[in-house]
Design a protein around this ligand. Structure first.
Ligand SMILES: C[S@@+](CC[C@H](N)C(=O)[O-])C[C@H]1O[C@@H](n2cnc3c(N)ncnc32)[C@H](O)[C@@H]1O
Ligand SMILES: Nc1nc2[nH]cc(C(=O)O)c2c(=O)[nH]1
Ligand code: SF4
Ligand SMILES: [Mg+2]
Length: 230
């Protein structure tokens, strides 16, 4: 067992953990981010994250959660009758069995997206999954964790997202966009950190610089503010 899995399993009998995932919540909402925005979607939020982005809006997923068998997760997802499923966290790829969940969701015929930090290797993710991969800007405090080799595993249906907390983050994002030829790889999303950057300001920077990126706002926060499970 890896060190990380050992931490996950602490206090839990090994037999209870085999083939299971630690889950904070499963909920049915409207996709608020990225390319599938607006679709009715079931969210599966995995517990635990090895990063600590200073502006993280989901700190409640760092700890706790309950162990669920993967087939039970599929059964609960099915009760909502949605075509789209979003696997998020926490950092979903921090639990290795997430890869099995992703594959089984694809096999079941769902349109599957994965929200991931960009700090963990994405190379083994099922190619049918639409990866929404962050690159962490300096204002997150976690820029050193970006695993740049992940860029080589992006497919045309994937997306790279940069969440921007300041003008300095925006300039970093522009430099990365150019130096890493991000827009040639897949769709690039720039998103303001909720309540840190005026959305209009970011929109105007993107227009002024004629950037080949898609501006995004977290639709669920416009609809429900920062409510949990929405
Ligand atoms: C909570 S994270 C979970 C998945 C993964 N750990 C990651 O960082 O991508 C889901 C998405 O929410 C974004 N996010 C978190 N807090 C935010 C905030 N305060 N404002 C805007 N986006 C935020 C993250 O950057 C990420 O794109
Ligand atoms: N409605 C809604 N859409 C989302 N898209 C990505 C989310 C996430 O937390 O990863 C999220 C979320 O928490 N809620
Ligand atoms: S990687 Fe994702 S879940 Fe982890 S702290 Fe950053 S935004 Fe939050
Ligand atoms: Mg969220």
């Amino acid at each position: 067992m890896s060190g990380h899995d050992a931490r996950e399993a602490s206090g839990t009998p090994a037999a209870a953990v085999a083939g299971r995932l630690r889950i904070t919540e499963i909920f049915h909402s409207i996709q608020g981010e990225a390319d599938a925005i607006g679709w009715r979607t079931v969210f599966v939020r995995l517990t635990g994250c090895p990063l600590r982005c200073v502006w993280c809006d989901t700190e409640y997923a760092f700890h706790g959660g309950n162990w669920h068998a993967i087939d039970d997760i599929l059964a609960e997802v099915a009760t909502h009758g949605a075509k789209h499923v979003c696997v998020t966290g926490g950092e979903p790829l921090a639990q290795k069995r997430c890869l099995i969940l992703l594959r089984k969701l694809c096999d079941a015929g769902y349109e599957v997206s994965l929200e991931t930090s960009g700090a963990l290797d994405v190379s083994a993710v099922d190619p049918r999954v639409h990866k929404v991969m962050d690159l962490k800007a300096p204002g997150s405090g976690e820029s050193a964790r970006n695993l740049w080799s992940n860029l080589d595993h992006l497919l045309p249906h994937d997306q790279v997202k940069i969440v921007i907390a300041s003008r300095a983050d925006y300039e970093w994002a522009c430099a990365v966009l150019a130096e890493r030829t991000l827009a040639d790889r897949c769709m690039v999303l720039f998103s303001p950190v909720w309540s840190k950057v005026e959305p209009r300001e970011l929109a105007e920077w993107i227009i002024a610089d004629k950037l080949p990126v898609r501006f995004q706002l977290q639709l669920h926060k416009l609809l429900w503010n920062d409510a949990r499970g929405k």
